[in-house]
Write a protein that binds this ligand. Structure first.
Ligand SMILES: [Zn+2]
Length: 83
């Protein structure tokens, strides 16, 4: 995350935005959970566990709906439809 979603200030690694004080810790945890879920989905895809992969994709999108998450989830869904 390079910009504060509330005030658009540039962000470092701190949990609070220096400009507006917005607490970013929850959104960072959600983004991490989404990445972990996508990782699980990829592993399930690799093991041809289609239903498991779909379940992890839904989890990922529940945790985070950023463009990045949607693009990676879309890629995995495409791979699932081809398998
Ligand atoms: Zn801010």
């Amino acid at each position: 995350m390079s910009r504060c979603p509330a005030c658009n200030a540039r962000l470092g690694e701190a949990a609070l935005c220096r400009r507006c004080g917005c607490d970013l810790s929850l959104s960072r945890k959600a983004r991490l959970q989404a990445r972990l879920a996508l990782s699980h989905a990829l592993k399930a895809l690799d093991h041809h566990q289609t239903e498991e992969a779909e379940r992890w994709l839904q989890q990922a999108l529940m945790w985070n709906s950023s463009d990045w998450t949607i693009k990676v989830a879309g890629f995995i869904k495409t791979q699932l439809s081809l398998s």
